[in-house]
Design a protein around this ligand. Sequence first.
Ligand code: FAD
Length: 403
Amino acid sequence: MTDHTSCAIVGGGPAGMVLGLLLARAGVQVTLLEKHADFLRDFRGDTVHPTTLRLLDELGLWDRFATLSHSEIHQISLDVAGRSVAVVDFGRLRRQPHPYVAMVPQWDLLNLLAEAAQAEPSFTLRMSSEVTGLLHEDGRVAGVRYQDADGPGELRADLTVACDGRWSIARREAGLDAREFPVNFDVWWFRLPNDKPAQPTLLPRLGPGRAAIMIPREGYFQVAYLGHKGQDAAIRAAGIEAFRRNVLELIPDADVSALRTMDDVKHLDVKVNRLRRWHVDGLLCIGDAAHAMSPVGGVGINVAVQDAVGAATLLAEPLRQGRVTRRELAAVQRRRTAPTVVTQTAQRVMHRGLDAILDGGDLNPPAAFGTLFRRLPWLSAIPAYLVGVGVRPERAPAFARRG
Ligand SMILES: Cc1cc2nc3c(=O)[nH]c(=O)nc-3n(C[C@H](O)[C@H](O)[C@H](O)COP(=O)(O)OP(=O)(O)OC[C@H]3O[C@@H](n4cnc5c(N)ncnc54)[C@H](O)[C@@H]3O)c2cc1C
């Protein structure tokens, strides 16, 4: 079966869903293909930053978002010479209507966006539809091949946007080439019970040769445990008892009984890369498909969302006219390159500190560091701005605003 749409979006993650919603609100005919039957994936990016919260406001989705079960991170504190010091304070982002990071299960956010997009008559969501390749015609990408419950099909499109994440089939098929940046650590995600009300502060735990970040959620901690890259097979072979012991050495008060088997521990192969060119004629890559981000700062979702807003702002009109040129695709890359490069560079600088910790280096920030932040607390606004707002924050285009 072959059919046609103006914009085919590959992948219903944060980038694909936001792009689909915005373009549909501009009246563009959009078909989004998502290979899974639902959005239920554990330990994906759950951090929704102030810029994304403001966007939800602008899109008229705040009231629905506020009903989702979520916790709020207002500060990140470090233990310096026995005293807790706030080094990142989102509360100082006074121009943001929601100056904190909301921790929301990604599937709840995606369901909310999907519902809003499906309210638009020009939006079609096809779940359980896996894109298997690209269609080419006259030297340009002319749509996608896919597989769904009815068998193989073809969807022709004026523009195809690859939002299919870090393993993007669309970018591979288009022959787009990524620059890889070396990363020496991986993350293992798991949950620990927490019977206290969720604290608004992120809790890093550092020990010789290891580190963990404890993210307070409603009823549990989401824990990111950091270790050297390439250790996953050895960690799994050593088994859950050894893993529990490692966790207890770092977090002595942890209730590790919730870790029953190594299936409770999810491995994230940390990657940092970005495409040299984000587009070919007829195809654009955004979000993780254009640039895999490190989990440092929890910015992955938010950069993907910002890419989608930037792309929708520039491409809605050409799509309405039925023809998107390479120049217009290049303009999207130009607009979104600086935020990507600055964010990845900051993450790579942070990686050096993490590498030193994982190599058993000195863990304790000097006492002077604590004194500096206590005397000049506004300093904590700088990292808060970089993480929570970032370079070139995008605002919802007028055609997408509601309420
Ligand atoms: C384990 C893990 C933990 C993470 N933790 C954080 C965090 O704490 N904070 C944070 O901000 N970021 C985190 N990230 C990164 C964050 O999830 C991503 O940066 C963000 O989701 C990128 O959004 P995206 O829409 O570009 O891609 P994705 O979210 O990867 O979405 C891609 C979508 O495309 C679909 N898809 C893939 N291939 C096809 C195909 N062939 N056909 C159709 N559909 C397809 C996938 O099913 C998926 O729904 C984490 C990532 C992982 C893997």
